[in-house]
Design a binder for this molecule. Structure first.
Ligand code: COA
Length: 328
């Protein structure tokens, strides 16, 4: 028998590191320019974490704001899932570090490794765990310090990414209503793993025994091509599953990688630009944090309101991609 429990998105919060790095600052040490970066990506600046702005610290700051938005305290949390590719340590997970920083001891938590689709993956898992009755209050967080895995001599990647964190609080509801997470769809194609990856991990060394700390490597053109195609497909899949048209969506909150990807998708789907939440100009690509950062902005500046339909979609290294449709 189908469960009648659903997950309500009760609050959102985010954290951005204090330090802002402009395109001009990048161009001071790299063969690039503000004009090139803006024209090809839409990015004007990115935030870069300082030593105390760890993945867990940023995640906790975002989580506290999401809890405050929802009007609950940390005792309402019995699940924490963090989407991240840049944890501070191989283990413990960022999720349980957040649990400790929030001062709670109940429930359980773990990290999800799904690159830029990490938040959508984490949201889908949390929704399933709530629906099957395993928990009643879930923090779903995306937190990333991509500045640690960038090769600052590679102009085709290092200008694209930034640091930050975003979080939502989901609560179980058994009452009547049509709000909450309406659907999630997840996909993966591991055969495309070599077009966007990190060339190292804890304990991995090259043939000479030199540790490979791991830097992001990407075939930008290939990723771009697959992103437009797969993301359009997953949005269409979400609309079809819910018997909706693109015009029914109040807000599209896409993963923020490149304004050209966002615009071509919007055009293909016939979604008006004014209905698309864009932060890539100010945040750059913050990987798993980009959707909750953008969603928080739209939910706190008066755009995304209760009762509205919000469609989230992301694609990342793997390739992995997916979507979530939420009624606020
Ligand atoms: N500044 C100046 N020139 C740059 C540059 C930079 N930061 N980065 C690359 N270039 C140069 C290249 O070296 C190349 O020069 P060449 O023609 O002399 O060889 C030229 O610009 C064109 O490179 P190309 O890769 O064709 O550019 P592009 O229009 O495809 O834009 C990306 C490059 C990376 C911005 C684009 O491919 C992209 O956004 N891809 C998707 C990446 C992404 O979103 N990844 C994350 C997904 S989660």
């Amino acid at each position: 028998m189908a469960s009648s429990i659903r997950s309500i998105l009760a609050g959102a919060g985010s954290y951005l590191p204090e330090r802002i790095v402009t395109n001009d600052e990048m161009a001071a040490t790299l063969d690039t320019s503000d004009a090139w970066i803006r024209e090809r990506t839409g990015i004007r600046q990115r935030h870069r974490a300082g030593p105390s702005e760890t993945t867990a610290a940023m995640a906790t700051a975002a989580a506290r704001r999401a809890l405050a938005f929802a009007g609950v305290d940390a005792s309402a949390v019995d699940l924490i899932i963090v989407g991240t590719s840049t944890p501070d340590q191989a283990f413990p997970s960022v999720a349980v570090r957040v649990q400790a920083m929030l001062g709670i001891e109940r429930g359980f938590g773990f990290d999800v490794s799904a690159a830029c689709a990490g938040f959508v993956y984490a949201l889908s898992l949390a929704d399933e765990l709530i629906r099957c009755g395993r928990c009643r209050g879930a923090l779903v967080i995306g937190s990333e310090r991509f500045s640690r895995i960038l090769d600052y001599t590679d102009r085709s990647t290092c200008v694209l990414f930034g640091d930050g964190a975003g979080a939502v609080f989901l609560r179980a509801s058994e009452g009547e209503g049509n709000d909450g997470i309406l659907s999630t769809h997840l996909h993966a194609q591991g055969s495309l793993g070599d077009i966007l990856f990190v060339d190292g991990a804890v304990g991995v060394a090259d043939a000479a025994g030199t540790p490979l700390s791991g830097k992001l490597r990407m075939n930008g053109r290939e990723v771009f091509r697959h992103a437009v195609h797969r993301l359009t497909e997953t949005v269409e899949e979400a609309l079809a599953a819910n018997h909706l048209l693109a015009t029914d969506i109040d807000w599209l909150v896409p993963h923020q990688a490149n304004i050209r990807i966002i615009d071509s998708m919007g055009r293909k789907l016939g979604i008006q630009q004014s209905r698309v939440v864009v932060t890539v100009d100010r945040h750059a690509n913050t990987s798993a944090a980009s959707i909750p950062l953008a969603l928080t902005e739209a939910m706190t500046d008066g755009r995304a309101a209760k009762g509205q339909l919000v469609l989230l979609e992301a694609l990342g290294g793997g390739l992995v991609w997916g979507s979530a449709l939420v009624r606020l």
